[in-house]
Design a protein around this ligand. Structure first.
Ligand code: 13P
Ligand code: SF4
Length: 366
C-alpha cells in the first residue's frame, strides 16, 4: 500500500448525503475485490445498502471467515470487527469505521471480573471440571480467549440452544456471560427450571449467591443485559394482541423473560427477518428488536400487505450501532483508496489463538 497523509474526518462532516453516497460507491468500485463490506441488520440504511453481505452475528462471522478480501470493513460494533479479525487470515485486516461503536452489553463483563468469578468459584469447585464457560458473541476478544482456555465456547442468539447442549455434554454447569436474558431463555427452552438458573452479580462476593444456590444451579447467569431490548414490555404485547387478535409477535432473545414468554417466536435478527418474510400476505406482526431493522422490514413487507409494528412506543435504537454513518464509511473507504488504513481492529496473536478455539468450537457445533 502506498501511503499518503490520512484524510481528516472533519472534511466529511459538512458533506451532503448525496455526495457521501456517491463517494462511497466510487471508493468501493475502486477497491473492487480487495474490499468486502459486512453489515449487521441494525445498521442505518445510508450504510447498510453498501454491504456486500448482511446478517446476524453468526452469519456475519461465517462471512468473515470465508472472505478472501484484503480489507473487511464491518458495519456493526466493535466485538463484531474483532470476530472478523480473529476468523480471517493474518494478512487480512478488519476495520470498524468508528471505533466508538461499542456494545454496552459487551462492556458489562470484562476479563478482570470474569477471572475474579472463576477464582471465587475455584475456592469451592474444580472450575475446569464443573463449569463450561459460555460467552455470548457480544463480548470482548479476551473473554472469548478465556472460554477457549477453559474448555468453553462462544454462542450467538441463533445457536445458543445447540451450544448450551454442547456445554452440558462437557460439564455439569454453565457459567454464561454477559447476557442473563439470552442465557435464561436458552436454559428455559431446554427445560431447566428458573430456580436452577441464578444470577451472578459480579460486584458481590460469590456473585451474591450462597454455596447451596450454586450447588443447586445448572446455569450461572451473569448480571448483564442489553439496554435497547430491556425497553420492551409484556404490556406492549398484551395491548397489541387486544387490538390484533390474529396478530403474531416475534422478539429477540435479549428481551426479558416475560416478553420472550408472551411472544409467538423468539429468534436472532436473521430469524426475525426470515420468519416475517415467509409469513402469509396480510399478516400483522409486532417485532421486539432494534428500530432500524423493524423500520426496514416494515417498508419491505408493505407491497405484500403485511404490517410490521415496533414493539415499543419509545424509540429503542442502538446508539452505538448508529455511530457507523455515511460520513465514517466514506472517510474509511477513501482513506483505503489513498493507501491509508484507518481504524484497524487488531486482536493480539496470543488472544486470537485462544479466542479462535472458542469460536471454532461454536462454528463446528452450529
Ligand atoms: P444477532 O446475532 O441476532 O444479530 O444479535 C446481535 C445483537 O447485538 C442483538 O442486539
Ligand atoms: Fe449491544 Fe444491545 Fe446494541 Fe446489540 S442492540 S449491539 S446487544 S447494545
Amino acid at each position: 500500500m502506498t501511503q499518503t497523509a490520512t484524510i481528516k474526518f472533519e472534511k466529511y462532516q459538512a458533506a451532503t448525503d448525496a455526495d457521501l453516497q456517491a463517494r462511497i460507491i466510487a471508493a468501493k468500485a475502486e477497491l473492487g475485490s480487495r474490499l468486502v463490506i459486512l453489515g449487521h441488520h441494525y445498521q442505518q440504511e445510508g450504510v447498510y445498502r453498501h454491504a456486500d453481505f448482511t446478517g446476524d452475528s453468526l452469519k456475519l462471522s461465517r462471512a468473515a471467515a470465508a472472505s478472501n478480501a484484503e480489507f473487511i470493513v464491518f458495519l456493526g460494533v466493535h466485538f463484531m470487527a474483532e470476530v472478523a479479525d480473529i476468523l480471517s487470515r493474518p494478512d487480512q485486516v478488519a476495520i470498524l469505521p468508528d471505533m466508538a461503536a461499542g456494545c454496552s452489553m459487551a462492556d458489562m463483563a470484562n476479563l478482570a471480573k470474569v477471572e475474579r468469578c472463576r477464582r471465587e468459584l475455584a475456592a469451592h469447585y474444580d472450575f475446569d471440571t464443573v463449569f463450561t464457560p459460555v460467552t455470548y458473541i457480544n463480548s470482548a476478544a479476551d473473554l472469548k480467549a478465556f472460554c477457549g482456555e477453559h474448555g468453553g465456547i462462544v454462542c450467538t442468539s441463533s445457536n445458543a440452544g445447540r451450544i448450551a447442549e454442547w456445554a452440558f455434554s462437557q460439564r455439569e454447569k454453565i457459567l454464561f456471560f454477559p447476557d442473563q436474558h439470552l442465557g435464561r431463555w436458552t436454559g428455559h427452552k431446554m427445560g431447566i427450571p428458573l430456580e436452577q438458573m441464578v444470577v451472578w452479580d459480579p460486584d458481590m462476593p460469590l456473585g451474591g449467591l450462597t454455596k447451596q444456590q450454586i450447588d443447586d444451579a445448572k446455569i450461572l447467569l451473569w448480571k448483564g443485559h442489553c439496554s435497547v431490548h430491556q425497553m420492551f414490555r409484556g404490556s406492549d404485547i398484551t395491548k397489541f394482541r387486544a387490538e390484533n387478535p390474529e396478530g403474531r409477535v416475534i422478539a429477540h432473545p435479549e428481551c426479558n423473560f416475560e416478553v420472550c414468554s408472551l411472544s409467538d417466536e423468539v429468534g436472532s435478527t436473521e430469524t426475525i427477518l426470515k420468519t416475517v418474510s415467509a409469513s402469509p400476505p396480510g399478516s400483522h406482526w409486532l417485532v421486539g428488536t432494534e428500530l432500524n431493522l423493524v423500520n426496514r422490514l416494515a417498508e419491505q413487507m408493505k407491497p405484500e400487505g403485511k404490517s410490521v409494528q415496533f414493539m415499543s412506543s419509545i424509540v429503542c435504537e442502538c446508539s452505538t450501532m448508529a455511530r457507523i454513518d455515511p460520513q465514517h464509511l466514506a472517510w474509511t473507504l477513501e482513506n483505503l483508496v489513498e493507501g491509508n488504513m484507518v481504524n484497524r481492529v487488531h486482536v493480539s496473536p496470543q488472544e486470537t489463538t485462544m479466542a479462535k478455539l472458542a469460536l471454532d468450537r461454536m462454528l463446528e457445533n452450529s
